[in-house]
Design a protein around this ligand. Structure first.
Ligand SMILES: [Zn+2]
Length: 281
């Protein structure tokens, strides 16, 4: 599982009580890939002594706002995760990439088996520009209307599945929640994004937000070894309608869920409820 908006939101919530208001007393970054191209020791030194004002989220980034005005952006990618250690003693972990000692004596560690995760330290005033280039609107924000989704899809010939995975369409949506939303809205993953009429976009907008909200309510999905920072597992995986269910019956029509590759990514869908687009001749 690659963490998407609901999983990152779950992680953010668990980090809030541990981090907010705390001073970073000692920071060790053990893997240079985490902060590349910046040297890990320089980033660690810059973080040391700073204080956490707020732990936020944008798309799939955890955004740690510091009292210096800087922001630490953490992207977990494939296998990044945080752990909280209250008593200051750490067991051995070959996949540990960073350790942050807080001023209450606890530690926050970051582990990453495949090492694609990143820590990016931004100077004061850089956040909006950095995220603005990479991310579209937050799909769960109050002002995120069906019209905004429609605007983002208009004129696009890419398959709707690929358009949803583009973080500039709606920040934080990934493979799982895109598949779940398309199933709910009865849209075939290969439909050209710009071909959806307003009613269909409205259905997709509603389904996308509902899937993401349900994911947050269930504290994310847990597959393989993903855990939130307190070691808790989510339960969203028990409610998947299509994701990972190839060969199993559709929960709506009893058709058989199939798998298709779109833009290099697995897409699970029901060929009976999500009709294939008819090619124009
Ligand atoms: Zn079906």
């Amino acid at each position: 599982l690659v963490p998407e908006l609901p999983e990152v939101e779950t992680i953010r919530s668990a980090l809030v009580p541990a981090l907010e208001g705390r001073q970073l007393e000692r920071v060790s970054i053990l893997d240079p890939r985490l902060t590349a191209p910046y040297p890990p020791d320089a980033v660690a030194a810059a973080l040391t002594g700073d204080r956490v004002v707020r732990v936020g989220r944008r798309g799939k980034y955890v955004v740690v706002e510091l009292s210096s005005g800087r922001h630490l952006l953490v992207h977990l990618r494939m296998t990044g995760s945080f752990r909280l250690h209250r008593n200051g003693s750490l067991e051995e972990d070959p996949y540990r990439r960073a350790v942050v000692r807080l001023d209450d004596g606890s530690d926050v560690t970051y582990r990453d088996v495949r090492r694609f995760g990143t820590w990016t330290l931004l100077e004061e005033g850089e956040l909006e520009l950095y995220l603005g280039k990479r991310l579209g609107p937050e799909p769960l924000e109050r002002g995120y209307t069906s019209r905004r989704l429609g605007d983002a899809l208009r004129g696009r010939r890419a398959p709707i599945k690929s358009a949803l995975l583009d973080q500039r369409t709606a920040a934080g949506v990934g493979n799982i929640y895109a598949d779940e939303a398309l199933w709910c809205a009865r849209i075939h993953p290969l439909r050209p994004a710009g071909s959806l009429d307003a009613v269909t976009v409205g259905r997709l907008h509603r389904c996308l937000r509902a899937a993401l909200r349900r994911g947050i309510d269930r504290q994310g999905a847990t597959l393989r070894d993903y855990r939130d920072p307190t070691g808790a597992a989510g339960s969203m995986q028990d409610e998947f309608k299509v994701y990972g269910r190839r060969g199993e019956p559709c929960r709506r029509c009893r058709g058989t869920i199939e798998r298709l590759v779109v833009g290099g990514r697995s897409s699970f869908y029901c060929p009976r409820c999500q009709r294939e687009p008819v090619p124009k001749t």
